[in-house]
Design a protein around this ligand. Structure first.
Ligand SMILES: *[C@@H]1O[C@H](CO)[C@@H](O)[C@H](O)[C@H]1NC(C)=O
Ligand SMILES: *[C@@H]1O[C@H](CO)[C@@H](O)[C@H](O)[C@H]1NC(C)=O
Ligand SMILES: *[C@@H]1O[C@H](CO)[C@@H](O)[C@H](O)[C@H]1NC(C)=O
Ligand SMILES: *[C@@H]1O[C@H](CO)[C@@H](O)[C@H](O)[C@H]1NC(C)=O
Ligand SMILES: *[C@@H]1O[C@H](CO)[C@@H](O)[C@H](O)[C@H]1NC(C)=O
Ligand SMILES: *[C@@H]1O[C@H](CO)[C@@H](O)[C@H](O)[C@H]1NC(C)=O
Ligand SMILES: *[C@@H]1O[C@H](CO)[C@@H](O)[C@H](O)[C@H]1NC(C)=O
Ligand SMILES: *[C@@H]1O[C@H](CO)[C@@H](O)[C@H](O)[C@H]1NC(C)=O
Ligand SMILES: *[C@@H]1O[C@H](CO)[C@@H](O)[C@H](O)[C@H]1NC(C)=O
Ligand SMILES: *[C@@H]1O[C@H](CO)[C@@H](O)[C@H](O)[C@H]1NC(C)=O
Ligand SMILES: *[C@@H]1O[C@H](CO)[C@@H](O)[C@H](O)[C@H]1NC(C)=O
Ligand SMILES: *[C@@H]1O[C@H](CO)[C@@H](O)[C@H](O)[C@H]1NC(C)=O
Length: 443
């Protein structure tokens, strides 16, 4: 008996010592979209039939980009690339991954971009919109990225550099550029220099089970760390995620259509935002068919927000100015938003960037807002605008139609309930809130 045990033990030890450890794949998680359904289902993504394990120098310094790129090329067109748990990957090269086709990337380990701000400013991918650049660009067809691992943007050096110069180009952590059919599930995104996600020129992409967090450890705050910005994209689903950041939790930028956002916990953000839109003269911005459902929003400037620039130029700051663009925001629903310590439960403005409301009304926005429903917004605001808890102000009644607000139950710290600032909107559609008309600008 004892001998038997000893032999077994010896065999196990030998196996553990002599055999190289075979990395264990968890496999692709469920891609269930629930409870609300998108306007069209995601196309099927067939199972993969080959695995490539990505090597690593594992020294936290040497660039592992070539190893990653090699594995992606080897397993492209039907395979699965695995970055095992316990492995650390340093990415110090801008990777153009728009060639991906029918591939799964399973990141169990830890992937960090280098802190070489000179290199990244010279080599990150320019995305045309608002000087956005990305560390890498993931695109192509039928790509699933998952695994429970972490992508770290090494943001601190960027937060400190931005404090010295607001014109530096800070890369977005995850650039989804030209991706048609894809998913990002169960990933931790940390310390992005700028937005966490920029989704552009993409269709049929799901984000689920994403954890976003990363704050500055110095006195220079992490600015513009939006959770997601969508641009020139349609049928993007963002769900079941937790976002701790310092700018928009999700933001629908120009030409975002058929968007579904549900089951999010946002903390510290600027809300779920449409816009800003109408920033550039001569451009047409469209945001249409958007459904936002079941959001908890804490410590934020806004819950549900639509921000549109006025018809005349305005300047919010040196690197953020605009106004005069055309287009429309149409068919947008916010359904079930619970707020805690949020400045405005709802904010609709067509005077974004313009603090002079008289001037804004003289040049109404060229971008129309129509068929908006904001329903079931509950909770408590911050003291910032107390006794006011919401703001719905258009630049002219002629450019806003069918904006409906109902089922609102929000209270300010001093106990005032559902008191809103309203202007140039059909107040008969703003039910169960009390409108106070003032000439105060929005933030
Ligand atoms: C997202 O959450 C919903 C509701 O909790 C759940 O039914 C669904 O399976 C989740 N989806 C994923 C991909 O985890
Ligand atoms: C693996 O998948 C690819 C793409 O779906 C396919 O072309 C290839 O024939 C498959 N190979 C095997 C061995 O099943
Ligand atoms: C990225 O790769 C694609 C091909 O997949 C190519 O068309 C494109 O020009 C490349 N972009 C850059 C910025 O290198
Ligand atoms: C940048 O990263 C390198 C390698 O990890 C490290 O030695 C260096 O201290 C970092 N520099 C800054 C400014 O954080
Ligand atoms: C999207 O596609 C258009 C048209 O091909 C191209 O001009 C643009 O550079 C692409 N990227 C972004 C971020 O718009
Ligand atoms: C882009 O950067 C340039 C200078 O580098 C600046 O003048 C411009 O205002 C920036 N645009 C935006 C939208 O940030
Ligand atoms: C932040 O600023 C405070 C007050 O100006 C100062 O006492 C503190 O040392 C600073 N902290 C860091 C990390 O720079
Ligand atoms: C948005 O779509 C409209 C209508 O198709 C088009 O005119 C406009 O150029 C697009 N804008 C951008 C930024 O792609
Ligand atoms: C409005 O958008 C929703 C999804 O958010 C969609 O189901 C509905 O069909 C759209 N309505 C119209 C009239 O297109
Ligand atoms: C909101 O901020 C407070 C104070 O910083 C913090 O204690 C609380 O956990 C935050 N709420 C959430 C949901 O993170
Ligand atoms: C606001 O704009 C109006 C109209 O152009 C102008 O008369 C007024 O002086 C402006 N007010 C401020 C504070 O700039
Ligand atoms: C935009 O609106 C302003 C007035 O608000 C008007 O003077 C201008 O002609 C409009 N531009 C376009 C392109 O519609």
């Amino acid at each position: 008996m004892f001998l038997n045990w000893l032999l077994t033990f010896a065999a196990i030890s030998e196996a553990a010592i002599l055999q190289p450890q075979v990395p264990h794949s968890i496999g692709r998680p469920s891609l269930e979209i629930a409870p609300k359904q998108p306007n069209r289902p995601l196309p099927e993504s067939p199972a993969r039939n080959k695995t490539c394990v990505v090597q690593s120098h594992n020294d936290s310094v040497t660039d592992d980009s070539q190893y990653f790129l090699d594995a992606l090329h080897q397993c492209n067109n039907g395979g699965h690339v695995l970055l095992p748990a316990q492995s650390k990957y340093v990415i110090g090269t801008a990777l153009n991954l728009t060639f991906l086709n029918q591939i799964d990337i399973e990141l169990q380990g830890y992937l960090q971009f280098t802190n070489d701000t000179d290199y990244w400013q010279a080599n990150s991918f320019r995305q045309i919109f608002q000087n956005v650049t990305t560390f890498w660009q993931l695109g192509g067809n039928d790509v699933n990225f998952y695994g429970g691992g972490t992508i770290d943007g090494n943001g601190q050096v960027w937060y400190d550099l931005y404090a010295q110069n607001i014109y530096i180009l800070r890369p977005v952590l995850l650039g989804t550029i030209g991706l048609h059919t894809g998913s990002f599930t169960n990933l931790n995104l940390r310390y992005s220099p700028e937005y966490y996600n920029f989704v552009a020129n993409s269709t049929d992409v799901l984000f689920s089970g994403i954890s976003i967090s990363g704050f500055s450890k110095s006195n220079n705050t992490a600015k513009n760390t939006d959770g997601w910005d969508t641009y020139r994209s349609s049928n993007v689903i963002i769900q079941n995620s937790t976002i701790n950041n310092g700018d928009d939790c999700v933001s629908f930028k120009p030409n975002s259509t058929d968007m579904l956002v549900q089951n999010l916990h946002c903390n510290g953000s600027h809300g779920i935002s449409v816009g800003s839109l109408g920033q550039y003269v001569g451009e047409t911005d469209i945001v249409e068919n958007v459904y936002v459902y079941n959001i908890s929003m804490s410590n934020a400037t806004d819950g549900a927000r639509i921000k549109v620039w006025p018809g005349s130029p305005a300047e919010l700051s040196g690197d953020l100015q605009g106004g005069g663009g055309t287009g429309m925001v149409n068919n947008v629903t916010y359904d079930t938003i619970h707020i805690t310590n949020v400045d405005y439960a709802i904010e609709v403005t067509q005077c974004y960037g313009q603090s002079n409301l008289t001037l804004c009304n003289e040049y109404p926005s060229n971008l129309t807002i129509s068929n908006i429903l904001m329903s079931g917004v509950t909770g408590t605001t911050s003291k910032k605008y107390d006794p006011i808890s919401g703001y719905v102000v258009c630049s002219s009644e002629s450019v806003c139609s069918n904006i409906t607000v109902n089922g609102v139950d929000v209270t300010t710290p001093t106990g005032v309930t559902d008191e809103f600032t309203c202007g140039d909107v059909d107040e008969s559609l703003l039910t169960n809130i009390n409108c106070t008309s003032t000439n105060r600008g929005s933030n």
